[in-house]
Design a protein around this ligand. Structure first.
Ligand code: SF4
Length: 90
């Protein structure tokens, strides 16, 4: 699912916050996660377990992979529970 859009709109921090997403900050990308939308398909954990590790706190560490990889993993999230805002190029 498109990690840069929510409900057809480009994501902003405010939009994601209003819709129940929690922010996991990184140097070059912020990852947002909504536990109420997640269907536990596991694409994120299979994508990179250094970034997504269930049971760890925080369970998402945005700096544990390069940004392009992060974007690819988030695109595979089938539910829309993961979104991102890049801080490097966009
Ligand atoms: S890929 Fe998306 S739906 Fe699947 S576990 Fe991760 S956040 Fe949840």
């Amino acid at each position: 699912m498109d990690g840069k859009k929510f409900d057809g709109q480009p994501v902003t921090e405010e939009l994601l916050d209003t819709n129940g997403y929690r922010k996991y900050s990184g140097k070059e990308i912020d990852i947002y996660y909504n536990k109420d939308i997640c269907i536990h398909a596991g694409e994120c954990v299979r994508g990179n377990s250094a970034v997504y590790e269930v049971g760890r706190r925080p369970w998402i560490i945005a700096d544990n992979a390069v940004v392009d990889e992060q974007v690819q993993i988030i695109a595979k999230c089938p539910s829309g529970a993961l979104k991102y805002i890049r801080k490097d190029v966009e």
